[in-house]
Design a protein around this ligand. Structure first.
Ligand code: AMP
Length: 197
């Protein structure tokens, strides 16, 4: 039985960094996948699918539902250990509903909790634009620009209230304050995850 934790947060919330530190610390029983990283890997592979994905990522748009569903379900099913952290999903009502439907029929996967790493838009923007300025040549992300940031932020914010109320009603939403130091955030998230596995 796979135990799934979904980690959501604005671009720049630090969700990928937090989750990867926790998975590294507990490598024997936790694995972490970032939807953005998995999609970028597909782009980097140069495949036809990767080229399609690139067309969405570079303008900060969401990739189509079937692509992201295939990506996360194969990651969960292929995970080498039972506790799986996925960050970056769901990012729309459609994605939330689709996963909910899949989980109803999927006896091998249990959604344990959704963790929201919460930061203000101002903090998110400062972090993203700081990351763009600090990127080494060749390692820049095509979507870390001011214009694309606002698009990604809007896409994140628009469905957020509905996503929050959906999981709150199921008693499955935990909010973590992402504006503290990395160490404190990771500690908080780790303690929470450990209490649920
Ligand atoms: P991130 O690294 O989480 O900021 O994601 C980078 C980009 O990957 C996003 O702006 C989207 O283009 C794409 N992406 C990541 N997660 C999803 C998702 N759940 N659904 C659709 N597209 C996604």
């Amino acid at each position: 039985m796979k135990k799934l934790f979904l980690i959501i947060g604005a671009p720049g919330s630090g969700k990928t960094t937090d989750a990867s530190i926790i998975a590294k610390k507990h490598a024997q029983n936790i694995v972490h996948y970032s939807t953005g990283d998995m999609l970028r890997e597909e782009v980097a592979s140069g495949s036809e699918l990767g080229q399609t994905i690139d067309g969405f990522i570079s303008r900060g748009a969401l990739v189509p539902l079937n692509i992201i569903i295939d990506t996360i379900i194969s990651a969960i099913k292929g995970a080498p250990v039972d506790n799986v952290l996925i960050d970056g999903y769901p990012r729309s009502i459609e994605q939330m509903t689709a996963l909910d439907g899949i989980l109803e029929n999927e006896t091998d996967i249990e959604l344990v909790f959704v963790i929201e790493v919460r930061v203000s838009e101002q903090v998110a923007k400062e972090r993203i634009l700081g990351r763009a300025a600090d990127a080494k040549p060749g390692e820049e992300r095509s979507d870390d620009s001011v214009e694309v940031f606002f698009n990604r932020m809007k896409i994140y914010t628009d469905p957020l209230a509905e996503i929050q109320s959906f999981y709150t009603a199921k008693n499955l939403l935990e909010v973590i304050n992402g504006e503290r130091t990395l160490e404190v955030i990771v500690e908080d998230m780790d303690t929470f995850i450990q209490s649920k596995i």
